[in-house]
Write a protein that binds this ligand. Structure first.
Ligand SMILES: C[S@@+](CC[C@H](N)C(=O)[O-])C[C@H]1O[C@@H](n2cnc3c(N)ncnc32)[C@H](O)[C@@H]1O
Length: 262
């Protein structure tokens, strides 16, 4: 019993670390990406598993609901690993991110891929979806972004998703849905009283505190009267294998596929 409570002794350290994160979320994201030297194998990024295993696990769901003739827009693409992997399923993949440094890194990692491109966009700004996919309707892929936004920002971003998908596209989302408090979350990811894995410590120090996103949050952000739910369910978000314990890098998640009602 006492040993189960021991993890809560981390609280002062977690508070101290998270105090240094910039209050402006967009500034925080861009500074974070500016400081990242390594992605993929031995990645410094917390949510980067370094493999396309998670994306390939979504292939059947994407194939069931997303029109393969339409381009796909990877919203909040980060360093672009999912954008590049999506390009094998769609004629064109466009990654957009609020951070110019993330987009620079994504472009650097995509040389020679003719059907992949990246743009800097704050997807919570009115009209931010305009022109991303040219005049075409598009599919949207969004992973690990809604759970880092406040409800009002989620609603603003969803307005832009509606514009992007038009009549023919659909939205696929996959988000972290860990049920537990922040101490339980960081403990799950491998933090102990003695040490915090470096990619996790960097995220705590530099980024806004994440929330979780499951069926209740989806229903609020993409209400059933405006969005038809085509499929949803639990999934596993694969993160950086930072410790020797493979299970620590697997985070309970939630996926959903939706289409706007006309
Ligand atoms: C947890 S990361 C996920 C990155 C990527 N989707 C992945 O799974 O590897 C969240 C990403 O969302 C981006 N982001 C945050 N707010 C955003 C906004 N308002 N508009 C566009 N991108 C945003 C961040 O810069 C960051 O790259």
């Amino acid at each position: 019993m006492l040993s189960a409570l021991r993890k809560y002794l981390m609280i002062p350290k977690l508070i101290r670390l998270s105090r240094s994160a910039p209050k402006d979320r967009n500034v925080a994201w861009d500074r974070y990406w500016a400081g990242i030297a390594r992605t993929g194998t031995q990645s410094e990024v917390l949510w980067d598993s370094g493999s396309d295993h998670e994306l390939l696990g979504y292939a059947d769901v994407l194939g069931r609901h997303l029109d393969p003739m339409l381009p796909v827009v990877d919203v909040g693409c980060g360093h672009g690993s999912f954008t590049r992997a999506l390009a094998q399923f769609f004629p064109r993949a466009v990654g957009v991110d609020v951070s110019a440094h993330a987009v620079e890194r994504a472009r650097d990692g995509s040389h020679g891929m003719d059907n992949v491109s990246f743009l800097v966009r704050d997807m919570t700004q009115p009209g931010a979806g305009a022109g991303i996919a040219g005049n075409s309707d598009a599919n949207v892929f969004i992973r690990g972004v809604l759970h880092v936004l406040e409800p009002a920002e989620q609603a603003a971003l969803v307005d832009n998703l509606r514009q992007l998908v038009g009549r023919r596209g659909a939205v696929f989302l996959a988000e972290t849905n860990f049920q537990g408090n922040p101490v339980e979350y960081v403990t799950h990811l491998g933090a102990t009283m003695e040490a915090i894995p470096a990619p996790l410590e960097r995220a705590i120090r530099e980024l806004p505190m994440p929330g979780h996103f499951g069926p209740a949050e989806r229903s609020r952000a993409l209400p059933p009267e405006a969005w038809e739910l085509l499929e949803d369910g639990p999934t596993t978000i694969e993160t950086n294998p930072m410790t020797g314990d493979a299970a620590a890098s697997l985070v309970p998640g939630y996926f959903a596929v939706l289409k706007p009602r006309n």
